[in-house]
Design a protein around this ligand. Structure first.
Ligand code: HEM
Ligand code: HEM
Length: 421
């Protein structure tokens, strides 16, 4: 890692037995560190890790995501010990968790609220990255791993939502099955594979339960890679100008431990407020009715965090087209580092791109509303326009603004060269 002191104290040619131990650790710690450098890694990658002084509050969201992930795993494990993954037993087991398991209601609410706030924090983290150009070299892999995490969390949350086997769970699985079934040629095969039959049932629930917790643990591994990649490039910062000089950085501990800690306290207050005072904000009443294959609810609606993509899905008249365009909206994110080739990172210093970013956030929110209103009437046009802008932003605005900025910078440096005596 740039800027960190060397961990290797071995002189070339010195045998293992004569190794001097890490000069900073003595006794057992020194002995252990010479054999497995966990203490020096902790010191270098956390305590002393140089962080730009200019980081703003948006850089505390990564810590929030990490803590919520741990909370999801712990509450999920406790839920799984009391959950029955069968069509006949799932709803009753979730009811029993809510009503009979000591503090079961709290456990379930934590898992539900946690999922919602996890996705909310992920969207903030994603748009922060887009705004400050965090995807640019040398952070392309860090970004790609991030987008993969977004996709994994979305699939995990979708699978989780089917597990309680309420009306929305059932009909959500049905809609997803039909969407997959719309793929030309292999669609019906994929639909059967996903549902395990003609309609959602026992096999679907089993598939999704296994997918749910394996993906959740998979996410932990991928977060490890994400943070490893972050420690290679080091964090960016809101100015977009690399903090290379020692006076531009501060050690992570205690400065950013305290800063992230404060962010976590604010997040915990928000979490508790939703959990205890606004439970209706995230739970869908229809999902408290057991799944009934004979009765389609009037409004089949995904959780709020899927609404923008649901809005895209519904804005396109063809089923398969809708699937391609909504999945494409996530795939586009993978390409971002190569669509935006401007050397200027932060939107703070890119007036045209900044307006484009604001429009992107507005389009994303409008898509959410369009999804909520089933993309009917005027919402159809809103949904289509917002989808169009989303694509134009990445495929036209980003490359065009980059070209202009590259040309302007080349012109500027040519002038400077020309001006030189
Ligand atoms: C990234 C981590 C995770 C996310 C985003 C997530 C998300 C969700 C969501 C959205 C639900 C539906 C809640 C509802 O509306 O009822 C759910 C339910 C459930 N999850 Fe998870 N989950 C995660 C990790 C886990 C893990 C690791 C396990 C088990 C090892 C687990 C086990 C369960 C069980 C048993 C249910 C059904 C009970 C219920 O609905 O409350 N989850 N999960
Ligand atoms: C489970 C989900 C995720 C976790 C736990 C996570 C965790 C973190 C942490 C701890 C940091 C360092 C602190 C910070 O910058 O806030 C970070 C940075 C970063 N993350 Fe994530 N992240 C996740 C998902 C994502 C997603 C979805 C993206 C984008 C598509 C992303 C892109 C980035 C980038 C580009 C940085 C470096 C930003 C910079 O310093 O300029 N991450 N992440």
């Amino acid at each position: 890692m740039a800027g960190s002191p060397s961990r290797h104290t071995t002189e070339p040619g010195v045998t293992g037995d004569d190794n001097p131990q890490d000069s900073e650790s003595t006794g057992f710690a020194g002995w252990l560190d010479a054999r497995l450098p966990v203490i020096s890694a902790f010191r270098n990658e956390y305590i002393r890790f140089p962080m730009p002084r200019s980081l703003n509050a948006l850089w505390t969201v990564g810590a929030m995501l990490t803590v919520v992930l741990v909370l999801m795993l712990l509450s999920g494990l406790a839920l799984a010990m009391n959950y029955t993954p069968t069509a006949a037993g799932a709803f009753a087991s979730v009811e029993a968790i809510e009503r009979r398991l000591p503090a079961g209601w709290l456990l379930r609410s934590m898992h539900m609220t946690g999922a919602s706030l996890f996705l909310a924090a992920l969207y903030v983290h994603l748009f922060r990255g887009l705004y400050y150009g965090s995807y640019k070299a040398p952070r392309e892999i860090l970004w790609i791993i991030g987008v993969a995490l977004l996709a994994m969390v979305m699939v995990t949350a979708f699978a989780g939502y089917v597990l309680p086997w309420g009306q929305m769970s059932y009909w959500g699985a049905d809609v997803a099955g039909k969407a997959v079934g719309a793929v030309p040629g292999i669609g019906p095969f994929l639909e059967r594979l996903f549902l395990g039959g003609d309609q959602p049932g026992d096999v679907t629930l089993h598939h999704l339960f296994v997918l749910h917790f394996t993906l959740a643990f998979g996410i932990v591994g991928v977060v490890g890679l994400h943070v490893a990649a972050l420690h290679v490039a080091g964090p960016g910062n809101p100015t977009g100008i690399p903090a290379k000089e020692p006076e531009q950085t501060l050690p992570f501990h205690p400065y950013f431990t305290v800063k992230d800690g404060l962010g976590l306290v604010v997040f915990a207050i928000l979490f508790a407020a939703v959990l205890f005072f606004l439970p209706g904000l995230i739970s869908e009443p229809e999902n408290y009715r057991p799944a009934n294959p004979m009765h389609t609810p009037t409004d089949i609606e995904p959780e709020w965090y899927f609404l923008p993509f649901y809005g895209i899905l519904q804005s396109i008249p063809s089923k398969f087209g809708g699937l391609v365009v909504s999945v494409g909206a996530i795939l586009l994110l993978f390409l971002t580092p190569w669509l935006d080739t401007s050397p200027i990172r932060s939107a703070r210093n890119r007036p045209v791109y900044r307006i484009g970013m604001i429009a992107l956030v507005v389009a994303f929110v409008l898509l959410g509303f369009a999804g909520k209103h089933h993309v009917e009437g005027a919402w159809l046009y809103v949904g289509q326009l917002a989808t169009l802008y989303y694509y134009l932003h990445f495929l036209v605005l980003m490359p065009l603004v980059s070209r202009r900025e590259n040309a302007a910078l080349a012109y500027g440096s040519a002038l400077r060269v020309g001006d030189a005596p």
